[in-house]
Write a new protein. Structure first.
Lengths: 303, 422
């Protein structure tokens, strides 16, 4: 039982990270109908920016809460620049082209970003000393002590706050309305006087910022990053987005949590080596029985 | 050009510079390096300013150019002319290319390095043609094609090292295994649409790789399989000193021993395998099943109403594509004599899909051009090892931006009603 609770806590933490990345996938898919393959690498760049700023602030010596806030803002800002540029360079010229073109362009962009970071930052893994240590301990009398670290609490609370802001942005503001309109019918939205290009750019900026927060969490949680982390995290986050129903924002978060939990429980109870296999197998099974994911809208094929 | 335009484009390029500074500043400018216990930062501002400067100048030049309304770039003009030529004279082009490929090993400038590159290009051409059946003809985006390549390579390696059977028995067996896997994987997932199929196949590719790494008893894990037998020339091995009771290739034909013999043999082997793939594809396109693939690609609902079973039809495409992937895989295994899961990463799948799409989906000639172009680019950057993948990815983006339909777009149905060709 104690072991189960521990795994549950770990799974929710991991799921928060996946969920934040998955939102970027699902938003872009909803609005322009493409798999943004480079999104995992945007997450990786976010992690690198966060790592670099952690080191700089660590040298200057600022109080921990201020460091966290500053790093968060810096990572969001710089990573958003990457998201924006990638969209402008590789996807915008291909709008309205046939379906596979942006996908290939995104694959190319992903290869470029990965190798660019490898060249610029070196291929070695980058370790970082843990910043937030300690935690709360439960079930002290039993054999297995459940530990919820402050870091895990921080990650989950930050995710909840961001989700709150984000949901407000999408459901209550003009920007969110414009985004939802673009999702339904881009031509009609343009006719009604909304700048579609700008809306799409902003979508990429928001998606990248959320991914960079996930990147920062990843640095803090695992303490080790390299240029390759974007690939697997990206695929799993996409799996999460599909699992929850691609195009649906609560679905992305739900899918992220599910993938995080499945992975952790599989690693904890079945086998550590095959934890990635578990995530993909679940995806396949779910897609066969719920072809549009859990919360996706069924889409009607028309002749 | 007016003065206002120049000022405008100047402002624009300064803005580009600002963005470039934000992009390159942290990632390039502040290089992290481990020293002793922790990480330290080595600033590299020189490189950053160089890159930012390049961006500003580049943007300014592009702005000047587009202000003069010369938007039809040299590149797109060149390729459209090129595709017009190749489309008219497709047959002549094909024959010339095949003839060139046949005499290539005996040309005066051909050396070991050229042969190795040529074998690599031909392997990718064969994989491209195999995947073209799935992506180009049947319109199913498969991002895990490398799984079948891996299955072919591993089944060849395991059969050949365990039973010691010859290449010519193991090759078809490896193809059959790969096709079997194609059916096994395809059966549950082929009713999914487009992008979902893409991500599920990608997942399958990863699953196969993870199994190869972890199933130590059979695949020998990350260490891979060594000592895979080299192919022989119909029973004549390519060895300097053959074993007792054996005749080697150079002794049988009374030639001076040379390692090039084996390379040339491998070259012709992959050339023949690739041409078989091509011939098969060209023929099957005209058969009912091939026409059903093309019809399914264009309109699945119409096909269903006309009584075509989409799942079975897609499954045949998947299985046949997988079979050719398996053949290519066993060639790879016999050429390298060593395989490990390292060779079957997602990037390989991405390269093969890129070759098919960049070539223009469904175009056999396009696959050849795209393979030569993409592999050629990475070879040109050989001395700059770390930059080659950047160049490769950049080329993918550029081709898509300028020629979204690929180098040679070919979506015409193979057979039209009334045999109407033009």
């Amino acid at each position: 039982m104690e072991y189960f609770i521990q795994q549950l806590v770990n799974g929710i933490t991991l799921g928060s990270i996946y969920g934040l990345i998955a939102i970027g996938y699902t938003m872009v898919y909803g609005i322009i109908g493409m798999i943004n393959f480079a999104h995992g690498d945007i997450f990786m760049i976010g992690a690198f920016v966060a790592l670099i700023s952690f080191i700089i602030f660590g040298l200057i010596g600022v109080a921990l809460p201020i460091i966290l806030l500053l790093v968060l803002l810096i990572a969001m800002l710089f990573t958003a620049c990457y998201g924006w540029t990638v969209e402008k360079l590789a996807y915008k010229p291909l709008r309205g082209s046939f379906r596979l073109a942006p996908l290939i362009s995104a694959l190319g962009m992903s290869i470029v970003l990965q190798n660019y970071v490898q060249v610029a930052q070196g291929a070695r893994v980058k370790p970082m000393q843990p910043l937030i240590s300690g935690g709360l301990e439960f079930f002290k009398n039993s054999e297995f002590i459940v530990t919820i670290s402050y870091l895990q609490i921080f990650i989950v609370i930050l995710t909840i706050i961001l989700m709150g802001i984000f949901t407000y942005l999408i459901t209550k503001t003009d920007l969110g309305r414009a985004q939802r309109a673009c999702e339904q019918d881009r031509t009609m939205t343009a006719l009604l006087g909304i700048n579609v290009d700008r809306t799409i750019s902003i979508t990429f900026i928001i998606g990248s910022s959320l991914a960079s927060v996930a990147g920062m969490m990843f640095v803090l949680y695992y303490g080790v990053i390299d240029f390759y982390i974007g690939f697997l995290a990206g695929i799993k986050a996409f799996t999460a987005a599909v699992l929850g129903g691609i195009g649906s924002l609560p679905g992305a978060m739900l899918g992220g949590l599910l993938i995080g939990l499945i992975e952790t429980f599989w690693a904890g109870y079945v086998s550590l080596e095959y934890k990635d296999v578990a995530a993909f197998s679940v995806l396949i099974v779910v897609l066969i029985f719920f072809p549009t994911g859990f919360l996706g809208k069924p889409d009607i094929e028309k002749v | 050009m007016e003065k206002k335009d120049i000022i405008q484009s100047f402002k624009d390029s300064l803005f580009t510079g600002l963005i470039a500074l934000a992009l390159f500043g942290p990632i390039v400018g502040l290089r992290t390096a481990s020293k002793g216990e922790g990480l330290f930062i080595t600033p590299q501002w020189g490189v950053v300013f160089l890159l930012v400067g390049l961006c500003i100048v580049g943007r300014f030049l592009i702005n000047l150019n587009s202000a003069r309304k010369t938007e039809i770039t040299f590149f797109s003009k060149f390729t459209s002319k090129f595709s017009a030529i190749t489309e008219d004279k497709a047959k002549h082009f094909a024959i010339t290319a095949i003839l060139f490929a046949v005499v290539f090993p005996f040309l005066p400038f051909t050396d070991r390095y050229f042969m190795d590159v040529a074998i690599m290009i031909l392997t990718y051409i064969m994989l491209g043609w195999g995947l073209n059946i799935v992506v180009g003809l049947a319109g199913l985006l498969d991002l895990g094609y490398v799984a079948f390549y891996a299955v072919g390579a591993y089944s060849y390696a395991l059969i050949a090292t365990t039973f010691g059977w010859s290449f010519w028995i193991c090759l078809p067996l490896a193809g059959v295994f790969a096709a079997f896997f194609g059916i096994l994987l395809g059966f549950p997932v082929l009713r999914l649409r487009g992008d979902y199929l893409a991500i599920v196949t990608l997942g399958f590719g990863e699953i196969i790789r993870i199994i190869l790494i972890n199933w130590y008893e059979v695949t020998n894990g990350p260490d891979g399989i060594t000592g895979i037998p080299r192919p022989s020339f119909f029973g004549l091995p390519f060895k300097r000193s053959p074993d007792e009771g054996e005749t080697s290739f150079h002794l049988f034909f009374n030639l001076e021993y040379s390692t090039m013999h084996r390379i040339i043999f491998l070259y012709y082997l992959i050339l023949v395998l690739a041409l078989i793939t091509n011939y098969f594809t060209l023929k099957i396109r005209k058969l009912p099943v091939g026409r059903a693939w093309e019809a399914l690609r264009e309109d699945e609902i119409a096909c269903k109403s006309l009584g075509v079973n989409p799942t079975n039809t897609k499954l045949t495409a998947f299985a046949i594509g997988a079979m050719f992937g398996g053949f290519a895989g066993s060639f790879f295994a016999t050429r390298q004599a060593f395989i490990s899961p390292e060779s079957f990463t997602f990037i390989e799948s991405a390269i093969i899909v890129a070759i098919v799409v960049l070539g223009g989906m469904g175009s056999q000639t396009g696959v050849v051009l795209a393979s030569i172009f993409l592999i050629g680019i990475t070879e040109m950057f050989r001395d700059l090892e770390q930059y080659r993948m950047i160049a490769f990815g950049g080329a993918m983006v550029l081709i898509m931006v300028f020629k979204p339909k690929g180098i040679l777009a070919n979506r015409k149905p193979t057979i039209l009603m009334h045999g109407d060709k033009k």
